[in-house]
Design a protein around this ligand. Structure first.
Ligand SMILES: C[S@@+](CC[C@H](N)C(=O)[O-])C[C@H]1O[C@@H](n2cnc3c(N)ncnc32)[C@H](O)[C@@H]1O
Length: 284
């Protein structure tokens, strides 16, 4: 199924960026994701959207959605830091949206490759530059449509070393893909050498959700459909295990495990609820 989102910057990427910025402004310290670029990258243009989010910031849907969006970045960046200690020098953000990691990269020598639709990438570049954020020398933009283009070929053209250990973060993207594009991307990552890995979240199908989660899921599905970026792929935990058999070490974290790891601070109201939050980590 084709959809209209290609020609325009991703609205879902903007939604995620607004929640990441809200975390910096409204949540208790210590933050789960300390991102000093999250607010500046939005600039004056999206400041009203950030302010509009304020009144509902403590409502339960808003809290758990924000927790989900910040924890997946934090988990990816924690795993990246560990991989860098073991020699990784390439980080690929698949469906990067307005991710700010490259602008605050603390790892000397680490090259960052941002992959996204061209329209979203151009919008991000303009937004960053117009808000006083010059392009860091570690950052390589790789315009790719996972549904239509060869990701490996496009990364190689932008000087990614396909033979070097590489960490991939694929955050908030898999549910928007067809199974074919998901599988092709995993197959590419599985060809990278030992020490390489991928961190990605996925969405469980409706039948695997608790009854009280269905309303929120249906509302979210309708919302993303209405802005031209419909969900296409839902996967169970059992299916994910089968998809990742080419990897040596696989971990699949659910809300309970993520809460214990990242939301144990009793002064912090942030946490994940329900069963719809799942993040897989797979290493070569
Ligand atoms: C919900 S946003 C998440 C953005 C970012 N990873 C984050 O967490 O802030 C989904 C992103 O995936 C990108 N995306 C979706 N389908 C894609 C495709 N077929 N090819 C390339 N990028 C795609 C969108 O353009 C968008 O930037």
């Amino acid at each position: 199924m084709r959809f209209q989102g290609f020609a325009k910057p991703s609205r879902t990427a903007l939604g995620v960026a607004i929640r990441r910025a809200s975390h910096q402004l409204y949540d208790a310290r210590p933050l789960v994701l300390n991102d000093p670029i999250a607010v500046p990258i939005l600039g004056k243009r999206y400041r009203p959207a950030l302010e509009e989010a304020a009144p509902s910031i403590h409502e339960s849907f808003s809290v758990s959605m924000r927790a989900w969006l910040v924890v997946r970045n934090r988990l990816a960046e924690d795993n990246l830091a560990q991989a860098v200690r073991h020699g990784v020098r390439q980080y690929v953000l698949l469906g990067a949206g307005l991710d700010t990691f490259a602008h605050r990269n603390p790892h000397p020598g680490l090259q960052v490759f941002e992959v996204d639709h061209l329209a979203t990438q151009q919008w991000k570049r303009e937004l960053a530059l117009s808000n006083g954020l010059p392009e860091p020398s570690c950052l390589h933009y790789v315009p790719v449509d996972f549904e239509r283009q060869d990701l490996g070929q496009q990364l190689a053209i932008r000087s990614l070393d396909l033979a070097a250990p590489t960490v991939f973060a694929w955050l908030g993207v898999v549910p928007y893909l067809t199974h074919r594009a998901f599988r092709a991307t995993l197959d590419l990552i599985a060809r990278f050498p030992e020490g390489s890995g991928v961190i990605f979240d996925y969405a469980l199908p409706r039948h695997a959700l608790a009854p009280h989660e269905l309303e929120a899921r249906d509302a979210l599905s309708a919302r993303v459909q209405s802005i031209g970026e419909p969900f296409q792929l839902f996967v169970t935990r059992e299916e994910i295990k089968l998809e990742l058999t080419q990897f040596q070490r696989v971990e699949d974290l659910d809300a309970r495990e993520l809460n214990a790891r990242y939301f144990a601070n009793p002064t912090d109201q942030l946490n994940l609820v329900g069963r719809s939050a799942n993040i897989a980590k797979a290493w070569r």
